[in-house]
Ligand binder design. Sequence first.
Ligand code: EPU
Length: 340
Amino acid sequence: MKEYKNYQLKGNNTFGIPALCDKFIGYAGVNDLKELYEQHVFDKQWMSVGCGANLLFCGDYHGTIIHSTAKEIHILEENEKNLLVRADAGIILDDFIAQAVSNGWGGMENLSAIPSSVGAAPVQNVGAYGVEAKDVVERVHVFDTRDGSTRTLSNEECKFGYRDSLFKANPQYVVISVELRLTKAKNHQLHLDYGNLRSSLPADISLEGEDVLKEIRDAVLRIRHDKLPDPADIGSAGSFFKNPVVDRSVVDRLLIDYPKMPFYEMENGYKIPAGWLIEQAGWKGMKRETVGVYEKQSLVLVNLGGATGYDVWDLAQSIVASIQEKFGIGISPEVIKVPN
Ligand code: EPU
């Protein structure tokens, strides 16, 4: 285990915002977590951070941050159609996806380049281009910081929702590893119907061919590169807000003034893209000193250099108020403010 005091978190959040935490601990697995439990680390203020791709630090964090450094991958089951892989929480999600694609394991190629660790993927139920973590997660192994025990939760027990899971309301669970059910050649279930994904694939692609996973991954990487900032160059946390889900009556009211408004039917209502609402309200590409709204995707707030968490949060609050005023719709952050 590695332990640092007064640790600078600027490199541990994709916004690139400076903040200190009292203690930062890199742990390798369950035995380390048990040791931390014995040391009563979980009796005081603590939180688990993966890549910090969904966090906004507003001020210093007066507590302990734990961070998984476990990176092993094990095949638990394999047959001619699919396989079950157990991946440790500390693996960078896209490193795992790159390896899965090159091994011919299907199911996660649409999630390429999402900034996340494997451990954070089920917590946030990360998703992109018609696929969510819940589609491939079979079980999640967790450490219960209340009593030092370990537990395994089935997909159903994880209570996955849109950018949501049981883990969000139960921060006592630290994800140790995730079991993923992936497909083998001729058994892939490809998801190509989101946006321009299908039309971004080479015209002569064979959907049964050996290269199909790589072609989909490459197409997703191209689409993301065109629309989303690379956290290595521009600080952001991907989508800052969730897309609101509203009643049909709200859709009908808005269609009168905005007949071209995009909306999508969901199980529990209608999703209106927050990026569209924000663009219509005139925020796209707007810059406010150190922060701004990304010029190619209004759902993404960016650190233009030297931003504090408060700068980002103030901009977000102004956007929320303006969407409420213009459309009568409340949008809420996907990003978690720390401390909240
Ligand atoms: N749109 C606009 N203006 C904008 C942005 C979007 O009009 O500035 C419209 C688009 O034209 C399109 C619709 O909004 O009709 C949806 O846009 P997009 O396909 O870019 O998806 P999104 O709803 O804005 C969601 C996820 C992204 C994910 C993409 C693709 C959320 C909060 N965000 O964005 O996830 O990559 O779909 O699947 O659900 C993330 O969570 O950090 C993230 C990047």
